[in-house]
Design a protein around this ligand. Structure first.
Ligand code: ZN
Ligand code: ZN
Length: 240
């Protein structure tokens, strides 16, 4: 089956995420836009995933629990998990391996944790943006150890991406997928980085505001609509 996806979306838990990106608002917006599957990927936290997944179950939209990890090199990588338990175990691991700088909400924005009724149930007190102690060469294997998958985010961006920081995607990182912000750059990037021939290429909104969420346009071919199926497809190397 063809499943329209957006696997990189932020909620009000990300300091840069709009307060209107509540679990109900973002999941319902995804449904309105015609998506079949989304992932919630807040910076260095998965603590709003449970609420978004509950909303998804209620309205019939698959929500995969995830996180946008900041590696020790300041590279962004998307991590996805088959279930909430595994995502939260990874969340705790990252929490123990990140720099704890108290968030200044007036400057960086609030980091609000919500329940499935969009009620505030907590606020993350340490800023979620800074680098963790987890290096990019090691990220895939560590996330795998928690039952998830990991791949570099928005590789075509001029900052906070694997290509802007390292200039290469090293084979030994183990990645099977790469996310591009702008698919029109793919041909040029493939000429420079032949490894991209063997990676699944996806593109996502990286929405921090409701108005940045995109109408369904990009799809994955899945055997069934489930988190496991999405993770398996993205973790299988592409035949060039
Ligand atoms: Zn990012
Ligand atoms: Zn992002």
């Amino acid at each position: 089956m063809k499943a329209f996806y957006d696997l990189h979306i932020h909620s009000c838990l990300s300091p840069c995420g709009d307060m209107d990106m509540t679990p109900n608002n973002l999941v319902n917006m995804a449904k309105l836009l015609g998506l079949d599957v989304i992932a919630l990927t807040d910076h260095n936290s998965a603590r709003n995933c449970g609420a978004a997944m509950a909303v998804g179950r209620e309205i019939g939209l698959l929500v995969i629990p995830g996180m946008e990890l900041t590696t020790s090199e300041d590279i962004h990588a998307v991590c996805l998990f088959p279930d909430l338990e595994k995502a939260l175990a990874w969340n705790d691991y990252v929490d123990a391996h990140r720099i704890k700088i108290r968030n200044r909400a007036a400057i960086y924005g609030r980091q609000v944790i919500m329940d499935a009724c969009d009620r505030e149930v907590g606020e993350e007190e340490y800023l979620l943006l800074p680098a963790t102690e987890i290096g990019i060469m090691d990220a895939y294997r560590r996330v795998k150890g928690f039952g998830g998958i990991c791949y570099p985010a928005h590789i075509d961006r001029d900052s906070l991406s694997i290509l802007s920081v390292l200039g290469e995607i090293d084979e030994s990182c183990g990645f099977r997928t790469a996310e591009l912000a702008d698919l029109s750059k793919l041909d040029a990037l493939r000429r420079q980085h032949p490894i991209l021939e063997r990676l699944n290429i996806i593109t996502c909104s990286d929405a921090h505001y409701l108005e940045n969420m995109r109408e369904a346009a990009n799809s994955l071919e899945l055997p069934e609509l489930s988190a496991e199926a999405v993770l398996t497809v993205l973790d299988t190397a592409r035949k060039p």
